[in-house]
Design a protein around this ligand. Structure first.
Ligand SMILES: NC(=O)C1=CN([C@@H]2O[C@H](COP(=O)(O)OP(=O)(O)OC[C@H]3O[C@@H](n4cnc5c(N)ncnc54)[C@H](O)[C@@H]3O)[C@@H](O)[C@H]2O)C=CC1
Ligand SMILES: O=C(O)[C@@H]1CCC=N1
Length: 269
C-alpha cells in the first residue's frame, strides 16, 4: 500500500485522513503536515496519524495531497519545489487552482492531479472529481481514483469542468445543510420541539438521499409521487416557486463557480 501525506490538515484534510482510516487503511500509511501545532497534536491524538515536516512527508509519502486554502498555496509550492519531481505524485484539492500553477512552480515533469472532493468523505460518502494535469499518466489517475474510491464515489472530468464541479459537489453539501437548517426552523415556527423537528428533517433527508441514490427514478418523478392533487405538498411548492427558490439555486451555484474561477485567476502569472 502507498503512503499518503496530507499537506494542511484542516476540515478537508481531516475528512480524508478519517475516511481513509475508516476504509481500513492503517495509520502507519498516513502522514500529515499542519502549521498549527495544537491542531497537529489534536489530530495525532484522535487518529494516531503522525504530523511531520514537509521534508519528511515528501521523503516518505508516495502521494502528496495539498489541502491548504487556495490563498495559502504559495509557501506550500515554495516548500515542495526542492522536494518533488517526475517520480512524485502531487494531488491538489484546492478550489480553483489549476494544475498549470503547480506545473509552473514545481520541477519540470512533476505529475499533478486536481481533485474536488467534498466533506461527506468523513463518512465514506464523498463525491470526488479528478482531472489529470499535463504530466499525469493513466497510472497516476488510477492511483488517485483508487485512493478516493475508498472514501466515496469518483468521476474523471476534463479540468475545464472543475470550476463547475467545485460549485456543484464541492460546495453542494453546504446547500443541503442550509436547506435542512431552514426546514428545522420551519418546524420551530410551527411549534414543534427542536429535537423532534431535527429528527423529522434529518431522517427525511437521509430517506430522500437514499431514494435518489438507489431508485432509478428522476428527482422530478420522486417529487411528483409526494405531491398529491389538491394536497399539502403542492401548496408548499407554490410558495417555493413564488419565492424563486429554483432561480436562487441557479444563481447560487453560478456564483460559486465564478468564485472558483476567480481563485484560479488570482494565481495567474
Ligand atoms: N471544506 C470543504 O468542504 C472543501 C474544501 N476543499 C479545499 O480544501 C482546501 C482546504 O479547505 P478546508 O479544509 O476547508 O480549510 P481549512 O482552513 O480547514 O484547512 C486548511 C489547513 O491547512 C493548514 N495550513 C495552511 N498552510 C499550511 C502550510 N504551509 N503547511 C501546513 N499546513 C498549512 C491550516 O492550518 C489549516 O489547518 C481548500 O483549498 C478548499 O478549497 C475542497 C473541497 C471541499
Ligand atoms: O468553500 C470553499 O471554497 C470550499 C471549496 C468547495 C467547498 N468548500
Amino acid at each position: 500500500m502507498s503512503t499518503v501525506a496530507v499537506l494542511g490538515a484542516g476540515k478537508i484534510g481531516e475528512a480524508l485522513l478519517s475516511g481513509l482510516l475508516h476504509s481500513g487503511r492503517s495509520a502507519d500509511e498516513l502522514l500529515f503536515t499542519e502549521r498549527h501545532p495544537d491542531r497537529a497534536a489534536e489530530l495525532t491524538e484522535r487518529y494516531g496519524v503522525a504530523g511531520v515536516e514537509v521534508t519528511e512527508a515528501a521523503k516518505r509519502a508516495d502521494v502528496l495531497v495539498v489541502a491548504v486554502k487556495p490563498q495559502d498555496i504559495d509557501p506550500v509550492l515554495d516548500e515542495l519545489a526542492p522536494l518533488v519531481g517526475p517520480d512524485s505524485l502531487v494531488v491538489s484539492m484546492c478550489a480553483g487552482l489549476p494544475t498549470s500553477l503547480y506545473e509552473r512552480r514545481l520541477p519540470e515533469g512533476t505529475p499533478v492531479v486536481r481533485v474536488m472532493p467534498n466533506t461527506p468523505m468523513l463518512v465514506n460518502e464523498a463525491m470526488s472529481a479528478i482531472s489529470p494535469g499535463r504530466h499525469a499518466t493513466d497510472r497516476h489517475v488510477r492511483v488517485v481514483e483508487e485512493l478516493l474510491s475508498a472514501v466515496g464515489k469518483v468521476v474523471v472530468v476534463p479540468e475545464s469542468q472543475q470550476d463547475a464541479v467545485t460549485a456543484l459537489s464541492g460546495s453542494g453539501p453546504a446547500y443541503f445543510f442550509y436547506l435542512v437548517e431552514a426546514m428545522i426552523d420551519a418546524g420551530i415556527l410551527l411549534g414543534l420541539p427542536r429535537a423532534v423537528a431535527e429528527q423529522l428533517i434529518v431522517q427525511s433527508a437521509v430517506g430522500a438521499a437514499k431514494m435518489l441514490a438507489e431508485s432509478s427514478q428522476h428527482p422530478v418523478l420522486l417529487r411528483e409521487a409526494v405531491t398529491s392533487p389538491a394536497g399539502t405538498t403542492i401548496n408548499g411548492i407554490r410558495e417555493l416557486e413564488k419565492h424563486g427558490v429554483r432561480a436562487a439555486m441557479l444563481d447560487a451555484i453560478e456564483a460559486a463557480r465564478d468564485r472558483s474561477v476567480e481563485l484560479g485567476k488570482a494565481h495567474e502569472d
